[in-house]
Design a binder for this molecule. Structure first.
Ligand code: SF4
Length: 247
């Protein structure tokens, strides 16, 4: 590991951790890739969006192999993993060669890059940060059409499980915006997450109201006409299923 810039045989990351909560039902080695092109006001990973520590890909492969007795999956999170797509592609290939399941968290900015590696990813968690036509208003970047394309790539692939997820930030959006999102997405599960003002990129949000778990639950309940599988994630109660097509 070094602090210098990366090349195609190295990758900048914010850290690696073994976790049971990042990939439902699986133990995962989670690799937090550094760098992000967005600056979401509520970002809680701001310490890694400019860059991270440089690892050789061989070091990452070695970490996966050292962890193999404890894990059954590799999760690539961020930052935005597809900013280092060549390296991420190699990591996914390596994980698959070891018969591990794979998951990627992405903000959907790069549909073409996602398309190139979709066959290597079992589970995509895609941020839907706003209704597609309100991205600029809510996070300051008009990337709704890119995110929609990323969603379509995943939802059209029968082998990829797609989770769409939204962080509900009352200071930036109305409950109706969440309903609008629900009406316009196709996914295997939708997660509505509670905004937390403790760690945010935009200092102004530090004073912003955090929605209560009951507020998040009420909004999620209102999405039932549009989506089959809905859950909420709150700091008080963790994950709770609101609606499931299995019931
Ligand atoms: S919240 Fe995600 S997409 Fe937004 S700036 Fe942070 S890492 Fe990037």
């Amino acid at each position: 590991m070094s602090k210098k810039g990366s090349c195609s045989s190295s990758i900048e990351i914010g850290g690696m951790v073994i976790s049971s909560i990042e990939f439902s039902g699986k133990m995962a080695l989670v690799i937090f890739t550094a760098k992000c092109m967005l600056r979401c006001p509520y970002c809680h990973n701001s310490e890694i969006i400019e860059g991270g520590d440089v690892y050789q890909l061989e070091e990452i492969f070695q970490k996966i192999e050292e962890s193999i007795d404890f894990i059954d999956s590799v999760v690539i999170s961020g930052g935005e993993p597809l900013m280092q797509d060549t390296q991420v592609f190699e990591i996914l290939k390596h994980a698959k060669s070891l018969e591990l399941s794979t998951k990627m968290d992405t903000n959907g900015y790069y549909p073409e890059k996602l398309q190139k590696m979709i066959k290597l990813i079992d589970y995509v968690a895609l941020d839907i940060k706003a209704p597609f036509n309100k991205y600029e208003q809510i996070i300051g970047e008009a990337i709704g059409s890119q995110v929609r394309s990323s969603m379509e790539i995943c939802s059209e692939d029968p082998d990829t499980f797609l989770e769409c997820r939204t962080t509900y930030v009352p200071a930036l959006m109305e409950p109706e915006d969440v309903v609008e999102i629900a009406k316009s997405i196709q996914c295997d599960i939708y997660t509505l997450q509670q905004f937390n003002s403790k760690t945010v990129l935009d200092e102004r949000l530090k004073e912003a109201v955090m929605p209560l778990r009951d507020d998040v639950k009420k909004i999620a309940e209102s999405l039932k006409p549009y989506l089959d599988n809905i859950r909420i994630k709150t700091y008080e109660f963790g994950e709770e299923i609101i609606s499931s097509s299995d019931n």
